[in-house]
Design a protein around this ligand. Structure first.
Ligand code: NAP
Length: 244
């Protein structure tokens, strides 16, 4: 489905990003990864290579534009193109608003939102020249419904939706489609941190009666990265077992 494409996945070292990277490689894409975990980057690139595809992993903090620009240049030097960008890197720093530290607000907004701006801006230049591209931004249902203790995270994920809809309009004439995925609660290293009690409380709110799996999100990302979705633009697709 993605033969001869180059997919850049941020936060691709573990969790949902890694699942997307491996699925895309299985489907014929070469893979570039930006992450902050060196060991994890090495592992996912080794997995890509074992699937018969080329991989390039780099330690890039997506919140820093200069680092992102340098990293993108290296990807273009090696592969000559960027066909798909998956803005997946994201963090949580949860606290009730009255207890939330300014640094936790800034950190979450800088990585989750400014990181999306940085990578999209740097990659768009290349996609404009190519006259084709797919941009997939990982938002969250928390950006749609809010959550106690997650005002910083919810604000970043809601903003990603407005950002996606705007660039979808800006880039459409260049044959670039931008869409967002809003996962519900997915079993990853991020959700592993939750207590059993809060997990049980969440599962009660999910009509499907279970957390989602990484491969559920990866399959949707694959559809949005493929030509099968060429007439879908500026869309936000929830993948949450019917929760919202
Ligand atoms: P994850 O397991 O924590 O993986 C995210 C990866 O991004 C980690 O390797 C992380 O490194 C890396 N990262 C953190 N800061 C970075 C930075 N500044 N630059 C580059 N990479 C960075 O997360 P996940 O659960 O797979 O989630 C992936 C995305 O899906 C996130 O945007 C998240 O908000 C979204 N999402 C997840 C869920 C869920 O239930 N899991 C639900 C809705 C939306 P560190 O581990 O060192 O931080």
């Amino acid at each position: 489905m993605l033969k001869d494409k180059l997919a850049l996945i941020t936060g691709g070292g573990q969790g949902i990003g890694r699942e997307i990277a491996c699925l895309f490689a299985q489907q014929g894409a070469n893979i570039a990864i930006f992450d902050v975990r060196e060991d994890a980057i090495k592992e996912v690139i080794a997995q890509t290579v074992s699937l018969g595809k080329q991989g390039l992993g780099m330690c890039v903090d997506v919140s820093k534009f200069a680092e992102v620009e340098k990293g993108i240049q290296k990807v273009v030097d090696k592969f000559g193109k960027i066909s798909i960008l998956v803005n997946n890197a994201g963090i949580t720093r949860d606290a009730l608003l009255l207890r939330m530290k300014e640094e936790d607000w800034d950190k979450v907004l800088n990585i989750n939102l400014k990181g999306v701006f940085n990578c999209t801006k740097a990659v768009a230049k290349i996609m404009f020249k190519q006259r084709e591209g797919k941009i997939i931004n990982i938002s969250s249902i928390i950006g749609m419904r809010g959550n106690v203790g997650q005002s910083n995270y919810a604000a970043s994920k809601a903003a990603i939706i407005g950002f996606t809809k705007s660039i979808a309009r800006e880039f459409a004439s260049r044959n670039i489609q931008a869409n967002a995925i809003a996962p519900g609660f997915i079993q990853t290293e991020m959700t592993v941190k939750m207590s059993e009690a809060s997990k049980e409380a969440i599962i009660k709110q999910i009509p499907s009666g279970k957390l989602g799996e990484k491969k559920d999100v990866a399959n949707l990302a694959l559809f949005l990265a493929s030509k099968n979705s060429n007439y879908i633009n500026g869309e936000v697709i929830k993948i949450d077992g019917g929760m919202v």
